[in-house]
Each structure stands twice: as C-alpha cells, then as structure tokens.
Design a binder for this molecule. Sequence first.
Ligand code: TA9
Length: 387
Amino acid sequence: LQHGAHRIGKRTDADMAKWRGYGLGQFIHWGVYSLMGGGYNGKNYSDAGGAAEWIRSWKEVPHAVYDSLYKAFNPKSFNPKQWAAMAKQMGVKYLTFTTKHHDGFCLWPSAYTDYNITKSPYKKDIVKEVVDAYTEAGIDIYLYFFFFFWNHPDGRYDLITKEDSIAFDRFKLFTKNQLTELLQRYPQTKGLWFDGTWDKSWQKSGAFSDSLEQHLKSLIPGLIIGSRLRADEKGNRHFDANGELMGDYEQGWERKIPKTYADVHGNDWDCVMTIPENGWGYAEKWMGHWKTTNELIEMTAQCVSLGGNFVVNFGPKGDGSFRPEEIKNAKEIGDWMKINNQAIYNCEYAGWEKQDWGYYTKKRGEDKVYMIVFNVPVSGSLKIKPA
Ligand code: TA9
C-alpha cells in the first residue's frame, strides 16, 4: 500500500508518551448552535432523539434562521481564564476544542471564509482566547475540525461526475488552507481531532489525506493526529487493507468504551463521552440518563486500566457559561482526582485479570499497581489475581 499505515505499532517519541500519560481530558463543543440549546418554537430536538449541535438538520428549523444565528453570537459571560481554571481544578491534562463544526462556522478569523467569528458581534478570536488561557494553565491543546458541512458549495458526499471532482478539489484546497492557518495561528497546538470523514468522497481521497497529514506534521513536529483523518487507496478507514492503524491513535471510541484489553488491539486510544446520553452542544433539555460524577470517575478508571485516555464533553451555553450540572461534575471529578490522580496520570494496563471490585492501573515504566475500588465486597476483602 502506498497510502496505508506508515508505521507499524505505537509511536515511541516524547510527545506521544506525554499524550499517553494524560489519563483525563476535556472536550468542548461550542458554536452558534449553542444559542438554540436544542430548542425551537417551544419544541425540543432532544425529544426527537436529536443532538443539539445537529439542530440545523431538524425539519422544524428553517435554514435561514440557523444561518443567521451568528449575528446574535455575543457571549457576554465567556471567560476563558475561568474555563481553564475549571478544567485545571478538574484535573484534565488536555482540551479538544471545536474550531469548526458541521455548520462550518469558524470560531477563529479565517481568511478563507466570511462565515467566521469576526462577522459576529463578538468579533474577537475565540480559538486564540481558549488556546492562550488553557496553555497558561498548563493544559495541552487539540483542535477539533469538522470537514464536510451543510452549506459549502464545493462539499460533495460522493464523486460521481467530473464536476464533482473539480468542486471537491477546491474543497480539499480550502480544507488544507484552513488547517494550515490554524496551525500557523496557534503553534501551541499539540494535535488535531478530525471528524466527519465518513463520506465516499473522502474515502476516495486517500492520496490527498496522506499528503495532508504529512504537510500538517511538517508544520508542527510531533503533532498528534488520530485515525479519523486518512483513508488508504482502497477506501479503508482507521485500519488499512493490511489491518494496520492509520494515525497516531485509534479514534473510534466515541461514546463507547472497550470492554477488554484485546478490544484495543495494542493501539493507543482515547474515548470521548457525553454526560447526557447523547448530544455534544448545549441542550436545555438533556437526553436520557445523565452520568453521575461516580460514573464519570469509574469510566476514567476503566479507560486508563485499558491503556486509554477518557475525555469528558462539555457544552457551554451561547453566552459562554456552563450549565450547573457540568460545573458540579467538573468540581467533583477534580476533588476525586486531587486525592487519587496517582492512579490515573501516566498509568496503563496492568495485565492482571479484572476483579469485580474495580480496576487495576499500573504506573508506566514502574512496577507499581493501583487498585481503584468502586464496589466494596460485603466480606471487606479485595481478592487479587496477579498474572
Ligand atoms: C464517527 C465519525 O465521525 C467517524 C469517522 C471515521 C471513522 C469513524 C467515525 C465515527 C465513529 C463513531 C462516531 C462518529 C461520529 O458520529 N462522528 C460525528 C460526531 N462526533 C461527535 C464528537 C460530535 O461532534 C457530533 O456532533 C458529531 O456528529
């Protein structure tokens, strides 16, 4: 394969070692959709099972309404230092932040489209404000970037005609320009989190995504890119035709956690998770069961015990404030992390058979195993079965 995996096995450099040691991360979905909070005309998209950040695709919402939201985007309560302080207290080591979601609205002043933050009443570069505040707090930055979106004339779901290919070539150049712009504007960026690369047009663009990845990595040495970017020349995603991972870590664990170590195939991985059942952007009405702090902590332990990182999503409101439930979760996770972080940071799979009381983690590079206990047996004794 010319455009398959270029490396067999895990990366061995210091940047990736740091990524591996994060344990806990924060995801933030923020954009003009946050203004609607999943509702329109007294109806709620979550009642129809829809995610709030997808509301533009709901039949109840006229596109003209959605596409004018940016004119009202003026987050009066947005305080990036406060965001970073909350994340710091929570104990997260990295942030993945939505620079552009399905709607194509750019939270930075992109030179390649007018549909960006400078056209809102807020005007200021939100990506810069977030990047600077988190960097100052010692939290690493990953930029989320969605490829295809609802209102770009050159976007194509498939390439059937010659015109499709010509339009899509323009789209690819636009994408490359925007990503170059992001990395040049925010050189602190440690990695990119790609999304929305499931379409046939992208599957057929393996050579391009390969060259794009190499180009981006040349701009920031050590840059970390997951397995959602590339396709091989046969259209395979994540894993190439030979079954090798394309990318620095497996990016398939969205709202689901591997059950056993065998499920992760020896790769690096992280799991991104919503607090409600589904929905990433701010929703006034959260869907389904809301995860408790205990559940989120247990998921963190579970992920680290299987060699991955756990990333909790937050959806700030359109005014830049967080909902009280999220503030409480963050605070309580942080209180737990303060006491127990040794068993989370820089830890990995211990290799011992899982027991019902909880999870083992092992300090990387040391012979030190932790037991994170969630279910205390009535007998009071914790059985262990070392390998
Ligand atoms: C995806 C996904 O994009 C994707 C691309 C390539 C290979 C695998 C996947 C994959 C596996 C599981 C879920 C998704 C997916 O739904 N991605 C899109 C959603 N990502 C969330 C983080 C939110 O940004 C959500 O709004 C978005 O639609």
